[in-house]
Design a protein around this ligand. Structure first.
Ligand code: MLT
Length: 398
């Protein structure tokens, strides 16, 4: 008899974005005449930028020639991409060794996979509301999870509570779903807390490229002492439109050490390398060449143009909400707009209202945690025309 992992029984029936997709599919089937505007899942709509496409084409051609064909690559990624990332981090004033960088098929996978290197007895501290993957992947391991509440009072940026003892801390900045971003001073407090408690911060920086305020940190490693207590997860999905191309990177500093329950000192970098070389065969060469192109000066210029397009979308939505006197967060250093549901509606109630009355899809705040109840997330990733129309519908009907 094969027993299955009973922790799965503790999960919600389906992953948040699948649940939204099913509801929208049912609605579309029932009302094929309605034009639906999708501001739900944060999926990009602009195509890959030209330098990325050229790099992919060149790499694909290399794969078709005996002399330049590549089979298995290094599981942790090719050196050319490590070097590009080392330079990218220098731009934030952060010095990394290339062996501290691990290339993957995206931050979502790494977020889940990183749970492998930690003991299940750890207490996990998760912000609420937050990206559901942190919670669900730890429920799958049967771990004890404690929540820290995000609210308008703390600007949706929970800070350490000395009374709460946690071993693994998830931080996401700029935050998904609220768009709020930690300042350097706030991250300094988190680093101090983690060091004091021997905890490890899993810092999700997937939206760092949206930061426009130069005073805000783009990486947790801009904070002194973070290399002894943090792992950073990053992605090209939103930065460079790689949601369908799949490439991300995780930084595990060489200085990050913790002990096993029996007191054996371990390097987390070595553990992650061991985990990846055992369970992962690396990202395709073609995709890594495409990622390398993102970090060239021309790639950065072209990607920034796309980011500016999405930021303008965020501004358009924000302006419409502001006109209607609706409170919202985010939309400046982030592609997400976190709005309060009007007329004290609950999140799913507002989801149905918005879909049925305005033909707009968003993501219910309560899907990101109980503190998200009464809130709602809109994304800036739709096309311009659809975004303008959504803003217009908000103006007329909300
Ligand atoms: C979101 O909508 O929150 C993101 O697209 C999910 C993800 O990046 O996996």
């Amino acid at each position: 008899m094969a027993w299955v992992n009973e922790n799965f029984a503790a999960l919600e029936d389906s992953y948040l974005f699948s649940q939204v997709a099913h509801k929208v599919a049912d609605f579309s089937a029932a009302h094929p005449e309605k034009k639906i505007i999708r501001l739900g899942i944060g999926d990009v709509t602009l195509p890959l930028v030209p330098v990325v496409v050229e790099a992919m084409q060149k790499a694909a051609a290399e794969m078709g020639v005996k002399e330049t064909f590549r089979g298995y690559g290094p599981e942790q990624g090719y050196e050319f991409l490590h070097e590009a990332l080392v330079k990218y981090y220098v731009g934030f004033g952060v010095t990394l060794e290339s062996s501290e960088i691990f290339i993957s098929d995206g931050a979502k996978s790494d977020c889940g996979n990183i749970t492998d290197i930690f003991d299940d007895a750890n207490v996990i501290l998760v912000p609420d509301p937050v990206y559901p993957v942190y919670l669900d992947t730890n429920i799958m391991r049967g771990r004890k999870i404690v929540f820290m509440e995000g609210s308008p009072e703390n600007g949706f940026l929970p800070m350490p509570d000395p009374a709460v003892k946690a071993d693994i801390i998830y931080l996401c900045s700029p935050n998904n779903p609220t768009g709020a971003a930690y300042s350097k001073a706030q991250l300094k407090e988190w680093v101090a807390y983690a060091r004091q408690n021997g905890a490890v911060i899993l810092y999700d920086a997937a939206y760092e490229a949206f930061i426009e305020d130069e005073a805000l940190p783009r990486s947790i490693f801009q904070i002194e002492g973070a290399k002894e207590c943090a792992i950073e997860l990053c992605s090209l999905s939103k930065t460079a439109g790689f949601t369908g191309t799949r490439c991300g990177y995780t930084v595990v500093p060489l200085a990050l050490k913790r002990k096993t329950k029996n007191g054996k000192a371990m390097s987390l970098n070595k553990m992650w390398l061991r985990r990846q070389t055992t369970k992962f065969n690396g990202v395709p060469y073609i995709v890594q060449r495409a990622a390398e192109a993102v970090f060239t000066p021309e790639g950065q210029k072209q990607c920034r143009e796309n980011l500016a397009y999405y930021k303008e979308n965020a501004r358009l939505i924000g302006a419409a909400l502001q006109e209607k006197g609706i409170t919202y967060y985010g939309g400046t250093n982030s592609p997400y707009i976190w709005m309060q549901c009007p007329r004290q509606m609950k999140s799913w109630e507002f989801f149905d209202f918005l879909l049925e009355k305005l033909g707009i899809v968003g993501t219910p705040g309560s899907g990101f945690g109980s503190s998200g109840e009464g809130w709602f997330r809109l994304t800036a990733f739709a096309g311009r025309e659809a975004t303008e129309e959504a803003a217009e519908r908000f103006r007329k009907l909300l």
